[in-house]
Design a protein around this ligand. Structure first.
Ligand SMILES: Cc1cc2nc3c(=O)[nH]c(=O)nc-3n(C[C@H](O)[C@H](O)[C@H](O)COP(=O)(O)O)c2cc1C
Length: 185
């Protein structure tokens, strides 16, 4: 039986020119170079703001169900988070709250790699901790190292969308090697 392998990328930033989305697209390129049979898809976290009334009165929004299906079928998940006021974005936290309402929670038991891109110097060190904390109740297999932190993100990618810094590329390669070995491929 041929097992289909899909890695799902979640960008914590909703904006079109997001450097976190760029980082995930670059990660997709790298994964395809390692194994072109692996599929990569993006989950859309542009969901309504969680409100218990919405769920009770109208049922689960279609966008929530769709994201839940995509995540459930993923062999592994890569989350790229921006840093908003030393934390993750509201959109990302909102996505976690919605997903936690699905039975079973689509994140549970998944292998998760975390990366971050910020236009500040730190590259998102603080929001990566916050992200790990937010995922604690979901009982995921979160890779702890290496930490891929892309600072000054507006200048970190060339016109082809490639990450130019050699050290960051090295760390990303190491993270992906570990991730693909642990994801259910
Ligand atoms: C509301 C808000 C808060 C921010 N707070 C931080 C912060 O705490 N640390 C940081 O490094 N950058 C911060 N930034 C700058 C972001 O790193 C920058 O906008 C980055 O490009 C966001 O990621 P994106 O390119 O994927 O949208 C903040 C930006 C916004 C809009």
């Amino acid at each position: 039986m041929i097992k289909s392998t899909t890695i799902v990328g979640l960008s914590g930033s909703l904006r079109k020119a997001s450097s976190n989305t760029k980082l995930l697209k670059y990660t997709e390129k790298k994964i395809k170079l390692i194994d072109k049979g692996i599929r990569f898809s993006f989950g859309n976290i542009d969901l309504p703001l969680y409100n218990d009334d919405l769920e009770r009165e109208r049922g689960m929004p279609a966008t929530v169900i769709k994201l839940g299906d995509i995540l459930s079928q993923a062999s592994g998940i890569i989350i790229s988070t921006p840093e908003y006021n030393k934390s993750i974005s509201g959109a990302l936290k909102n996505c976690f709250d919605w997903m936690s309402r699905l039975k079973p929670n689509p994140f549970t038991s998944k292998t998760i790699a975390i990366v971050s891109a910020t236009d500040g110097r730190s590259g998102g060190e603080r929001c990566q901790y916050m992200l790990r904390m937010c995922l604690t109740p979901f009982d995921c297999n979160i890779l702890q190292t290496p930490e891929v932190l892309i600072g000054h993100s507006s200048k970190a990618f060339n016109e082809a969308g490639d990450l130019t810094d050699e050290k960051s590329n090295e760390l990303l390669d190491k993270l992906l090697e570990k991730f693909l070995a642990q994801a259910s491929i």
